[in-house]
Write a protein that binds this ligand. Structure first.
Ligand code: 0L1
Ligand code: MG
Length: 256
């Protein structure tokens, strides 16, 4: 299979770098979830070899509704690189994406490494700061259709993220209201409680899941906790803002 891992990783890498839609890998290859993570790791290695560097990881399928929809009973995760960071208040060019969507999130900045299964309290003790955030998900698969193995191989659809002002982690984030606006109009309203009942659980899960893959979450890394609502499709000219109760907001626009 190692030859196929390399081949599949190159397909995914090319699709990500060139923003081109591809057929589902699972239509022509049979591969396990574990192999899908190897494809993801290899494709990100190709990006690092091309000059990007790792800045963190994202958690996905952190809401029960999304897990049920996909028929899975665990979360998925992906890798964040510096080129995926969109400046708060900045602008993206939609031609750099296939069919991007955006979802409101909360981000963690780590002050200590995390590795292996942990309690939420242990995970929380490694948090330097928290911020309102958004993730741009852009499945490289045609029509946003995939199996769980496909999506994991494709870096769990992650393609961009926006981080708002960092805040001290000294308040309870269990149930914070979150409002994502397009053009100043609310398009998604939710609560941080939708992220596994408490977003700190997502950080503990991030530590467990990355350790299963031989990774440590490093001090200085960003961890995206997962979407609090459904994602919204982006389009040319739209301005987007996510406001999280008590944390402030972050925003970006799509160029016309
Ligand atoms: O929650 C997530 O970030 C899952 C992303 C993968 C599924 C999708 O592209 O909708
Ligand atoms: Mg997400």
């Amino acid at each position: 299979m190692s030859k196929n891992i390399d081949k599949l990783a190159k397909i995914v890498f090319d699709a990500q770098i060139n923003a081109t839609a591809i057929s589902q890998l699972s239509e022509t290859e049979s591969f396990t979830l574990e192999e899908a993570y190897r494809v993801q790791a290899k494709s990100i290695d190709m990006r690092l070899a091309a000059g990007e560097h790792r800045v963190g990881m994202k958690m996905g399928f952190t809401s029960r509704a999304k897990m049920v929809q996909m028929g899975v009973d665990d979360m998925i995760w992906g890798r964040l690189t510096n080129l995926m960071l969109v400046e708060d208040g900045g602008e993206i060019d939609i031609s750099n994406y296939v069919h991007p969507r955006v979802e409101p999130e909360i981000a963690y900045l780590l002050k200590a490494p995390l590795s292996g299964p942990l309690s939420t309290v242990e995970a929380w003790n490694a948090v330097e700061a928290i911020a309102p955030a958004m993730e741009i998900i852009d499945s490289r698969y045609e029509n946003f259709k995939f199996t769980v193995e496909d999506v994991v191989a494709d870096n769990s659809s992650s393609s961009g993220f926006i981080i708002g002002p960092w805040c001290k982690p000294d308040s309870d984030i269990a149930n914070l209201g979150m409002v994502m606006e397009f053009e100043g109009r609310a398009v998604q309203i939710g609560s941080s409680a939708a992220i596994l009942g408490h977003p700190a659980r997502s950080l503990a899960a991030a530590s467990r899941m990355t350790a299963e893959d031989g990774e440590t979450l490093e001090a200085g890394w960003i961890v995206l906790a997962g979407g609090a609502t459904a994602a919204e499709a982006l389009y040319e000219g739209v301005s987007v803002r996510n406001t999280v109760e008590g944390l402030g907001s972050c925003s970006f626009g799509v160029a016309k």
